[in-house]
Write a protein that binds this ligand. Structure first.
Ligand SMILES: Cc1cc2nc3c(=O)[nH]c(=O)nc-3n(C[C@H](O)[C@H](O)[C@H](O)COP(=O)(O)O)c2cc1C
Length: 220
């Protein structure tokens, strides 16, 4: 698979089969992803990979927790700024509309939206997941390094025939994740990522993108 194909075929997949992902494949992907760039080669990613009984237990605890209505964990970082403005708010609303209408869920059907959201903590059925932590003393440039690393992982997964879904939703139950992986105190959870083979029977949307001239300026 060439890089263009990997980039274009990657999407946030929200329906996986239970076919296990061989550990050797995950090791190959994560070994290659370590070649991602980072400022001064700081490599600020700290990754925990869960599969098998460990992931099954975490999914059970997280979904039960969310379904029971126990309050989410206090935020360690803001997923979005409180005063987000256009065009980001418009793009976020358009995504929500597309995602829920593809699932046949109306705007005011809060319960159906909750059910769809809970699938996050079941990893959308995926048999493998990684959890990406960052040392809380690091700053915005190192967070950007995490993004480059995670995209590299997702593209390499495509070349292995796998799909993924990055998920900040896991930060909302970060203490449940911490119980499973016991990170040192200086680490904070950025996001999880579900990993597996796509279940083709699950309907999905192909999200759009802003036209090039909205986000790119050529200066000649
Ligand atoms: C850092 C990050 C966190 C995300 N968190 C979630 C999440 O918690 N749940 C989810 O279903 N999708 C999540 N997504 C997926 C985005 O919604 C998705 O990437 C975006 O809508 C673009 O769609 P595409 O990836 O299918 O092209 C996340 C993506 C990123 C990059």
């Amino acid at each position: 698979m060439d890089v263009y194909e990997a980039v274009i075929s990657r999407r946030a997949v929200r329906g996986f089969t239970d076919s296990p992902v061989p550990k050797a494949v995950l090791e190959r992907v994560l070994t290659a992803a370590a070649w991602s760039p980072s400022s001064s080669n700081t490599q600020p990613w700290n990754i925990y990979v869960l599969t098998g009984a460990a992931l099954a237990e975490l999914k059970k605890r997280a979904t039960e927790r969310v379904a029971s209505g126990v309050e989410w964990d206090e935020r360690e970082y803001d997923m979005y700024p409180a005063a987000m403005t256009a065009p980001y708010t418009d793009r976020r609303s358009a995504f929500g509309r597309e995602r829920y209408s593809a699932l046949g869920i109306t705007r005011d059907d809060w319960e159906a939206r909750q059910r769809a959201a809970i699938a996050n903590w079941d990893c959308f059925g995926a048999p493998a997941a990684l959890f990406c932590y960052i040392d809380r003393r690091l700053g915005p440039a190192q967070w950007a390094d995490l993004g480059m690393y995670l995209q590299t992982v997702m593209l390499l997964l495509r070349s292995e025939g796998l799909h993924s879904c990055p998920q900040m939703a896991w930060s909302q139950v970060r203490t449940t994740v911490a119980d499973a992986v016991s990170p040192p105190p200086e680490l904070m959870l950025f996001c999880g990522m579900s990993i597996g083979y796509e279940d083709p029977s699950v309907d999905h949307i192909r999200t759009g993108r802003a036209p090039l001239e909205e986000t790119v300026t050529f200066v000649e």
